[in-house]
Design a protein around this ligand. Sequence first.
Ligand code: GDP
Length: 442
Amino acid sequence: AIFGNLADKLQAITRKFGGKTRLTEQDIDGMMREIRLALLDADVSIQVVKDFIAEVKTKAHGQDVAESLSPGQQVVKIVRDNLVQVLGGSDNKLHYSSSTLTVIMLYGLQGSGKTSTAAKLALYLKKHGKNPLLCSVDTHRPAAALQLEVLAKSIAVPCFIQPEEKSAQAVARAALAKAAYLMSDVLIVDTAGRQVVDTELMAELQDIDKIVKPTERLLVVDAMLGQEAVKVWQAFDEAVGVSGFIMTKLDGDARGGAALSIHKLSGKDIKFITVGEKVDALQEFHPERLAERILGMGDVLSLIDKVTANIDQEKLKTTMSDLTKNQFTLVTMLAQLEQVKSMGSLKDIVGMLPGVNMAKIDDSKLNDRMIDYNIAIIRSMTMKERLNPSILDASRRKRIASGSGRSVTEINLLIKQYEQTAKLMKQFSLPKMAKHKKAKKA
Ligand code: GDP
């Protein structure tokens, strides 16, 4: 799980309101109240929460969103779009120097996850065809440098440390020479961290900065910090200038307040997130994907796009009016099967549903040909049979079987499915569905 509690809460909210086919002003206000509480509870900056709620409210009340989405889905989409904006802008890629060596400095408080992040970043770069060199200029805690060396060995990336050296500046100079010797293209510099930001450390960081001339100055921020993170950013930004963030420990119960506050308040973007202790637990930061993960949407929005792009509106109208008239016949079922078919393969569709793990699904049960077979079966029936399936006796079934090239058992199965669905349909109070267009404007 990512964003722990906050994600749980927001997902409960989007489930509750997203499924609504009618949504009143009070509903929207109630939803905004719940989202506000969830964000404040996750320690998101109050200013960010206020702006967020105000924007979503304005947009939700004056909706001009896709007709094809239900009112509930429309509001969820607005929440999602605004969450994307809160999370980040467009500068979430790592910059490389135009010269031979790109230097990435990592700053952060002690315990923020800086050293392990340095190793994670090195592995990421290596996987992307780079030839990185790790180095630690932490001369205050020799143990930190040794920890980096151990991590570097585990991922087979070279590492430069001088545990005996007292001058961080001297280590920095020697690291540059080592990078040139090894023909490294990226030098990742792990700097000393402190419990709290102190002026002596800042002066040292400024000296190192002048020596290595970093392309990226990334602040490593523990997501557990909440809105405190903004103060840490201010201190480091004043001293050395911060070009972006790496947000750590977004796994587990992280409240996530830091991740949701920092971009809006600093104007800088998150470049990576880390979601675990293992060296491969670093991910590129994509605001859209993260927003959708927080909201538990899977790829539900792209699913909605796909459905609305493919559905034959005329056919949909027939189906809907049949349904509202409580007439679920084989004609309706045929139209539905054709719609599902037009959306693409069942595997793709199921894979886009939130909370569905494809690895756990028995592919053989998702047989696209079943849809083709059922379509063929219904097409082999006369219109009279489709509209009144109760007349389908044994001899008619035999005729349909030979007409569609399927077995009588398959015909029986389809009719059984039809009868079950028809029974279910009768239990709904269907006429309500036709009203939802009006409710939206209420
Ligand atoms: P530093 O003092 O800033 O260098 O922090 P370290 O790299 O030593 O990390 C401090 C602790 O946080 C270690 O136990 C790490 O394993 C842990 N840690 C770092 N990143 C993550 C993360 O993304 N998720 C989790 N669960 N733990 C992390």
